[in-house]
Ligand binder design. Sequence first.
Ligand code: FDA
Length: 397
Amino acid sequence: MSSAPKQEFDVIIIGAGAAGMMCALEAGKRGRQVLLLEKAKKTGQKILISGGGRCNFTNIFARPESFLSNNPHFCKSALTRYTQTDFISLVEKQGIAYHEKKLGQLFCDGSAAAIVDLLEAECAEANVSIWRDAGAKAIRQCDDCFAVSVNDRSISASSVVIATGGLSIPKLGANDFAYRIAKTFGLQLVTPKPGLVPLTFDPKDKMRFSELTGISADVMIHCRKTSFRENLLFTHRGLSGPAILQISSFWQTGEPIYIDFLPDVNCETLLKDKRRDQPKSNVAKILGEHLASRLVVKLLAEFPSLPELGNCSDKLIQKLAAAINRVKLLPNGTEGFAKAEVTVGGVSTDELNSKTMEIKSVPGLYFIGEAVDVTGFLGGYNFQWAWSSGYVAGQYA
Ligand code: FDA
C-alpha cells in the first residue's frame, strides 16, 4: 500500500466496449461519479463491426446453458438479473428498429452504430465522463482507493472495473491488459484460447478438400458431448461457418470432430431402400440428390470404383453411410486470435462474486465482459453476457 492521490472519481471503468459502457451508465444512474477510459479514439469498436455491421445485440433464447465456463453456474446470477428482455426494452426505448434473423438472433435493421449511440446517450444522461485515447497503463492499490495511471497522470477512485475484453482481433487493439492486472493482484486465470474461430486442415485434408472452397452444407457437428446443427463452409484453409465457429469453442488441439453431412437422412436406410427399388442406380447420383455433387465425390473418395447399388453388400452400404453421416476429421489448429470472435477463458470465476462481479480478495476491484472466463455461443450471447455482467457490476461499483 502507498499514499493515495486525491480521489477524483467514485468509479473508474477501464474499456468502453459493450460491458464497460453498460456498467458506466448503470453506476452513473446511481449517482456515482464515473470515469470511463477508452484506449481507442472511439467507443464500442467491436459493436461497430459486429454482426456484419448490424450488431447481433442479443438472443431471445439466451440462458445459462448457452455459455461455457469452468464454472457453468457462475453466469446464472447476472443473466437472471439483467436479461435479454431488459436489453430489448432499452433498444425499443431508443426507437432502434430490429429483427430476428434466425435462431433467436436479434440484429439492428440499420447500422450497429445505433447501439453505440444508445449507450453513449445513456452514459451522457447518467453524467458519465468518457476519456477517449486514454489507455490505462497500471493500477495500484492505495489505502482506501485505487490509483490508475493513464497518459501522464494518476487518477483515483474507490472502485475500479476492468472491462478491457479478451485477445480476439488484436488489430482492433485487443490486448492482455485484464490478464496482466489479474496477475498483479495474484488472481487465477483460465488459459485464454481463441473461440468462435475457423478450424484449419493439415496439408493432406487441405489437398483432399481444396476443390470445395466456398461450398456450404447444413450439418450436424459433434465434438465430445457437444453438438450443433448449423451451416458449415469449406474455406481454402479448412472449415468455417456457424457450425464450425460454435464447435471451435469446445474443440481442444488433437481432438477429432464428427460431421453428419445429411442430418435429416439416415443414409444406410436410404441406400438400402434404393438398392431394393432401383438396383441399377449409382450411389453418388442418389446422394447427389441431397448434397452438392462435388462434396459427394470428395466424401466418397475412398471408394473409387463402386458397383451398382444392387451389388453393394450391407457392409459396404454401412461404410458408405458412415462416409456421409459420420465423417471424422482431425483439424490441426484454428485461425487464431486474428480471426476469433471471442476469447475462451480469462479471469477465473473462482475469484469473483457472481452477484456483483467483484474480486473476492480485493474489495472494490471488478472484472466484467469478455475478460472473465464466461463465453457465449455464437448468436448474440456474448453481447448479452457483456450487458448482464456490466449491469450487475454497475449496481455495486
Ligand atoms: P470489448 O473488446 O468489446 O471492449 C474492450 C474495450 O477496452 C475496447 O474498446 C478496448 O479498446 C478497450 N481497452 C483495452 N485495453 C484498454 C486499456 N488498457 N485502457 C483503456 N481501454 C482499453 N458478439 C455478439 O454477441 N454478437 C455479435 O454480432 C458479435 N459479432 C462479433 C463480430 C466480430 C468480428 C468480433 C471480433 C466479435 C463479435 N462478437 C459478437 C463478440 C463481442 O464483440 C464481444 O464478446 C464483446 O464485444 C465483448 O465486450 P467487452 O466489453 O467485454 O470487450
